[in-house]
Design a protein around this ligand. Sequence first.
Ligand code: ADP
Ligand code: MG
Ligand code: MG
Length: 909
Amino acid sequence: MSEQKKYVYRFTAARTEGEASMKNLLGGKGANLAEMCRIGIAVPPGFTITTEACTEYTQKGGDYVLELIREEVQEGVRALEAEMGKKFGDATDPLLLSVRSGARASMPGMMDTILNLGLNDEAVEGLASRTGNARFAWDSYRRFVQMYGDVVMGLKPVAKEDHDPFEVIIEMVKKKKGVQSDTDLDAHDLKELVRRFKALIHARLGLEFPKDPWEQLWGAVLAVFESWNNQRARVYRELNDIPEWWGTAVNVQTMVFGNLGDSSATGVAFTRDAATGEDLFNGEFLVNAQGEDVVAGIRTPQQITLEGSRRWAHLACIGEEERKAKYPSLEEIMPEVYHQLLHAETTLENHYKDMQDVEFTIQEDKLWMLQTRNGKRTGAAMVRIAMEMLRQDMIDEKTALMRVAPERLDELLHPVFDSKARAKARVLARGLSASPGAATGQIVFFADDAEEWAKKGHSVILVRLETSPEDLRGMSVAKGILTARGGMTSHAAVVARGMGKCCVSGAGAIHVDYRKRTMTINQETWQEGDWISLNGSTGEVYEGQLETMDAELSGDFGALMKLADKYRRMEVRTNADTPEEAAVARKFGATGIGLCRTEHMFFEGDRIRSVREMILADDEAGRRKALAKLLPMQRGDFEGLFQTMNGKPVTIRLLDPPLHEFLPHDEASQQEMARDMKVSVGKIKMRVEELHESNPMMGHRGCRLGITYPEITEMQARAILEAALNMQAKGLEVKAEIMIPLVGSVREFDAQAAIIHRVAEEVFAEYGEKIHYLVGTMIETPRAALVADSIGRQAEFFSFGTNDLTQMTLGFSRDDAGKFLPPYIRKGIYERDPFQSIDQKGVGLLVEMAIQKGRSVRPGIEVGICGEHGGDPASVEFFHRIGLDYVSCSPFRVPVARLAATQAAIRQE
Ligand code: ADP
Ligand code: MG
Ligand code: MG
């Protein structure tokens, strides 16, 4: 026979059985309560029923689990009785308990806490006479009946518009008495509340409120277990990848009372500022209150520190006199307890070596800690806290680097509002925080107006019901985008995030009148040209012009990134098509360009005219003539890139998209093009028709263009090499890497490489000068990965184009996947969107295999990736593990990828 399993762990003065490392078994709250006991912090004694009991409940039900835990719980309660010198269920001096849920990770949506359990009609009288405080006794009792009636017995609002039925009664009693605050209710009123609460429970549920404390306790414990599977908790688990089998623990704890009068209080605090990271103890409290009164907004909470109180008053426009009279700090009114609290928070932070979020109660000038955990924080706070703790010698370098979630750096990379300006600003509307950052500008309603205004040097905010591809250019020149409709995946949101541009989407309160060029919110109207500001990180829309600051890798952020480079193995390059983008990426620490998409240069200015001329040409001679016009423009582009990236590798991909993308498809534009180019509309139509493909992504594109029209490859190779030689002549160090796209067979590669090498010989002869360059390929078709050894014999580098590779390996068209991918993810068919985070088991395997094959024939061959995945932390970690030399991502993702690559290296150690 195996020994009986232990389901109850005590944390009492006499004996503490748990500790911080036991979160899986005791939940976060329980493990930390035990840990606090161990390090000598005053915690009301209690015990934790394990998560394993919850699992038993889920599998075998309430009766079964009660049998399992009954004796241990009874023993636990006896231990608390002994320690407190009170008896559970006693009518003269009852021991009262709280029952608190607590999973491994803190989880909103779980059962709410029940306080003052153990009270009934007799015990409340005993409590009143024992404490000589009838108001306190009845306040505790009404709270208990309210909480128990709600969370255990299930008396909740029926419709979502309904108010909480208990709160409705409280409001009625307050109104009848003509008072505002709950503290204005006396013992008599509170007794009346208890009576009405019970009557309501009886009327609505047909149930008697349980008198027997043990019945109350078992009911509460089972309700906690049950809440693990309620709808809210399930949804939260799904969203946060928390498995069902974790279960929740239950904490049963002796009550301490913050509602015992003016020397009692309850509060919450952070050891550092969770928004900015500033090393400043801060928090809020309420005198004569209990439990969640502080967060529930029952009264205006007061600040703990004097400094915090003054800052708060300043923002709330409250004068010093009023502050002192009405909202004094804890530091001022209870200096003695304040020092106990300061001592406790310092002890806790030093012990956990991380910013703590604590809950506490003061009972008649004595401080009790009720909870501690690592506090949630903004990206900025993550960085600052990590770096400051490093400087304060609390943590080492690697720990500091691991403390910052790479994804959250995104918040630091976009312009931000000055926090003082923000606090003062008037919020006009709220929408979704679609793309982070701050923007301020004048309202325009049309994309072409945005362009025109921007050309004249105005800062504009493009305000639309929603955006469409026609608005792209207007969006790109606007400082920010605001839409009335659309969600996080709307056109506006997706495009804005791609551009790294601030966007608030789906601000439903906004009415846009395109004809009048006005925006109306709640009867108030704004005209074209009026100033507004957007906060893409919070979704807020402000009136007027708010001060912004450009994001910079300075201060703690800069120091963190520098530190990251110390432990990083993989390089991080960028996908950039213009010198401007390249400059941003360099500022963010990119060590090269991993992908320059030459076709993006074809759209600029009147280049598109020459491109179209080439496409319309009837023969090679005609095409060459048009290409000759493009040559100097492309050369200029490349010169700019080489200059910006001086000394760093620049990988340039030859023309990739199908040619029809360069022709207009609607009648009006075709006519315009015909007039402009002096050809008939018929000819254009015919060419468009000829170029039409049923599956263009698998059609005439990539190196297939260069195979059929070698003159395109010739022109591009010449432009690259001439640019390289020109910049070398200026004394710059040029590292050109020419990349052939969409190769499937080594013969495709050979044919294109032969053209490039031939052109190189010609150019070198003309210049009387040489330059070192590489010719490599993208691995983006499954076949290329399969035959990577034969390709590797010829190609000098591989760059995995994981967008196309994912598309072709999964057989999912990226442009159509929106229709079926969301349900696929919900159903767990794929864990994550494979276009966002690399499908490690499938596509990842191909990449790994291709690297091995490539290295087997060309040891040391340079391998990188340039798909969207290069900026995704989970993918970056994978790429580190399988040995890539670099990842390449968009400029704004560079710091994210740098840190992700560092963390991957540290984890692997
Ligand atoms: P949550 O998980 O929602 O934070 P808690 O279990 O921490 O819920 O309980 C919420 C609040 O109830 C605590 O912050 C504390 O103010 C109060 N509380 C819980 N247990 C006790 C107790 N034993 N004595 C006094 N107050 C308590
Ligand atoms: Mg709560
Ligand atoms: Mg809590």
